[in-house]
Ligand binder design. Structure first.
Ligand code: BEZ
Length: 398
């Protein structure tokens, strides 16, 4: 049996008083009339600002396509810029949970910030959907009934690239990333896939997040002369890395591989410097899928830009919540049933259908993509229906 603790705040007190009034027949039911409150805790500044904006746009698009309602209830959103700062994560999450008394907390992009949020909702019992951050422990050791993810674990897109690299004939690879959870987990995933086949990691290079001074490291890579380089970078940092890699003269001599964040939402800024880069991700451009075509056309018409993986994840966050809310007719007091419906949902995503694992993570296909003419073109399926191992998750069903 799932139980939800509720945080007791001014808003909660008002809601409780209204519920008491309803019980006495003095008021109409507050739950049905009030909007469902969704807190969007995302980066709206810094290297991940574009990612936060795309997630917000995708979320809003799905709500708008449902007539502004999910489960028959109006949706009200409140936004908070988390600045991709893990040091402020718990405090910011509590502003949403206790200050705003949100019914659903959506966030975030940065793995370190997401871990703070997960800790906060573990205490409050607030329903949370992660629309990007790949932090493994969020659906691993710290998994819980009230935390879902519509994105990926950092392991998921990186692990299949190990096989791809080995099959390409690469045997000695250098890895490079920002030194924080997402980068470390992506490199570990790649390393697991690559070394199990017999590949060797000749050097692991780490730079502090969100540092974009790569020159010294690129000089080191040139001197190491590996068969290929695997990286995790995203957002503004990914743009800078790809441009610097080409400017250092490495583009044509040492193939660059990555989790697909390296080239998603970034290709316009990276231009010719990104051509030919191979990445693995749960999305790609030009998928032969009516759902994706309709989504991309609607997104472009509304926001005047191309959709990317972050927009898809934001869209699917609203879709997953809608699956839960529809099942309970918008009645948030039926939380066990709402969670059960979310657990059992098959999401009709622009990326292709996905289901939710026992640990509340997407089970999804990972595409192998190559940048051709400014598009992440599908060149294969790197892994079919890939489920994260969710090591350490102790939840019913695991
Ligand atoms: C992360 O911190 O988990 C992350 C950030 C950007 C893209 C992908 C993952």
């Amino acid at each position: 049996m799932t139980t939800f603790k509720t945080s007791f705040s001014r808003h909660a007190a008002i809601k409780a008083a209204m519920a008491f009034g309803v019980g006495l027949g003095l008021m109409s039911p507050a739950t049905a009339a009030d909007p469902v409150k969704v807190g969007l805790m995302l980066p709206y500044s810094g290297t991940y600002a574009a990612l936060g904006e795309a997630i917000t746009n995708g979320f809003n698009l799905a709500v708008e396509e449902s007539g502004g309602k999910l489960g028959g209830r109006d949706i009200a959103t409140v936004k908070l810029d988390d600045e991709s700062d893990p040091g402020k994560a718990v405090q910011n999450a509590n502003k949403m949970i206790k200050g705003e008394n949100v019914d659903l907390l959506v966030g975030t992009v940065h793995s370190g910030v997401a871990m703070g949020m997960v800790r906060a909702v573990k205490d409050s019992g607030t329903l949370m959907i992660i629309p990007n951050a790949g932090a493994g422990p969020a659906t691993g050791q710290l998994c819980s009934e009230n935390v879902f993810r519509t994105s990926f674990t950092n392991w998921q897109p990186a692990y299949p690239m190990g096989d791809v690299a080995y099959d390409k004939g690469y045997r000695n690879v250098v890895t490079m990333t920002w030194k924080y959870g997402a980068g470390e987990e992506a490199v570990a995933g790649f390393k697991e896939g690559f070394t199990k086949r017999g590949g060797k990691i000749v050097q692991e290079i780490y730079v502090p997040f969100p540092n974009v001074e790569f020159q010294a490291n690129l000089t080191e890579i040139a001197s190491l002369k590996p068969d290929a380089v695997f990286v995790f970078f995203a957002g503004g940092g990914a743009v800078k890395f790809v441009k610097d890699y080409a400017a250092a003269g490495l583009k044509d001599s040492v193939p660059l591989l990555g989790s697909g964040f390296l080239t998603d939402g970034t290709l316009q800024a990276q231009g010719a410097d990104a051509e030919g880069i191979l990445t693995t991700l749960h999305y790609a451009d030009g998928l032969d899928d009516p759902k994706d075509k309709a989504f991309r056309a609607a997104y472009k018409a509304k926001f005047g830009k191309e959709a990317d993986i972050y927009a898809v994840q934001g869209y699917d966050t609203a879709q997953l919540f809608r699956a839960g809310l529809d099942a309970v007719g918008g009645d948030l007091t039926r939380k066990d049933d709402l969670i059960k419906a979310m657990e059992g949902a098959t999401i009709d995503s622009p990326r292709g259908d996905f289901t939710i694992s026992a640990a509340h993570n997407p089970v999804q296909d990972i595409y192998l993509r190559e940048v051709r003419d400014g598009q992440n073109v599908v060149v294969g399926i790197a892994a079919k229906a890939l489920n994260d191992p969710a090591t350490g998750c102790k939840m019913a069903g695991n």
